[in-house]
Design a protein around this ligand. Structure first.
Ligand code: AMP
Ligand code: MN
Ligand code: MN
Length: 325
């Protein structure tokens, strides 16, 4: 992959005008969100910029080891920023509480790989075919002549390994693999990333997963699977929403299942839904019906209703998706 030279030039022009930069990423940050934000922050510091990284939430447990993760803040430390860069998201809303800090900046760059829906930003470096935002950023750093340090390589590698599900999902392109090889050559810490992201499940998470599998529901000749986790389930397992990372993939790993969802009420009155699908089924379209978004095979949305109501709506959407594809 090569980023269009005119886009790189437009980004360079923005940087030339900027000395104080805010980087933002989406709430409930994943490895691509934080890896991209932290790796980019280091690159911009190589360029002599003052950079702050903002996120609505602090790093989840499985990402607390990321190099420089302590620099993730919930608000800017001062004033007078001249450029905002948001990574791994395509709407100001997904910034949560840090959104307003970006709305008032003179210029905004978006670097992302989601299907655009709101399309904010003066410069937009978007590639929906890229496996991860971190993959786009690795190319950007290379094309701009930056140095990939070991800590930047670890951050970007984390983004790629997270969003490809350890190089198993369909978005795992030759570019994702060859770029990961370059990141490893530059010192990416594969072992810590693998251990901390994929091999450090907490007991509470294992218990809740057991419950989710036991209470799983199936429909449409077992091609549709879903499970609901109520606030009481979370209390029983002493679990948090973070502990449900990856659950939906367990449902999708069942051989008959083509579309799967996990609905979770980690906090009363707010239902977060993760939807996943196999090849031909577009679940981003389902999520968009309910104000969410994402990728064709991995999407999500949020309901502010009760769990049963959210279940009825999302299952109806998934049925339509299965029936129409
Ligand atoms: P998740 O199921 O939380 O891992 O999210 C899967 C994909 O859907 C990610 O690319 C998210 O960016 C996207 N997504 C999840 N929840 C929402 C939401 N409420 N609104 C928009 N996109 C979402
Ligand atoms: Mn993400
Ligand atoms: Mn991503």
């Amino acid at each position: 992959m090569r980023i269009d030279n005119s886009l790189v030039a437009a980004f360079e022009a923005q940087l030339a005008q900027a000395s104080r930069i805010l980087i933002g990423t989406h709430l409930n940050p994943d490895g691509d969100a934080l890896g991209s934000a932290l790796g980019l922050a280091e690159f911009l510091e190589q360029r002599g910029k003052h950079v702050e990284v903002l996120c609505h939430h602090s790093a989840p447990r499985n990402l607390k080891w990321l190099p420089n993760v302590d620099r993730v803040q919930q608000e800017p430390s001062g004033e007078g920023y001249d450029l905002g860069i948001i990574v791994d998201l395509d709407s100001i809303e997904r910034l949560g509480n840090v959104g307003p800090y970006f709305e008032t900046l003179p210029t905004l760059t978006v670097i992302d790989h989601h299907v655009p829906h709101q399309a904010p930003g003066d410069v937009r470096i978007i590639d929906v075919t890229a496996a991860a935002t971190a993959l786009i950023l690795t190319h950007l750093v290379q094309q701009m002549g930056g140095t990939l340090t070991a800590s930047m390589s670890t951050c970007f590698y984390t983004g790629i390994v997270t969003d490809t599900g350890s190089f198993r999902f369909r978005n795992t392109s030759p570019d994702a693999l060859s770029t990961s090889a370059i990141l490893l050559e530059n010192g990416a810490d594969l072992e810590t990333a693998s251990q901390r992201i994929f091999q450090s499940k907490q007991l509470s998470s294992a218990r809740l997963l057991g419950h989710a599998l036991e209470t799983m529901k199936l429909d449409m000749d077992e091609r549709l699977a879903w499970s609901c986790l109520s606030f009481r389930d979370f209390e029983w397992a002493k679990a948090t929403d973070e502990d449900t990372e990856g659950f939906v993939n367990e449902l999708l790993s069942i051989d008959t299942v083509q579309v799967a969802a996990i609905l979770r009420e980690a906090k009363p009155g707010k239902i977060r839904v993760s939807i996943r699908s196999r090849a031909g089924f577009d679940v981003a379209a389902v999520a968009r019906e309910f104000g969410g978004g994402g990728h064709k095979n991995a999407a999500g949305c949020t309901f502010e209703t009760d769990l049963t109501d959210a279940e009825v709506q999302i299952v109806e959407g998934m049925r339509r998706c299965l029936a129409s594809s």
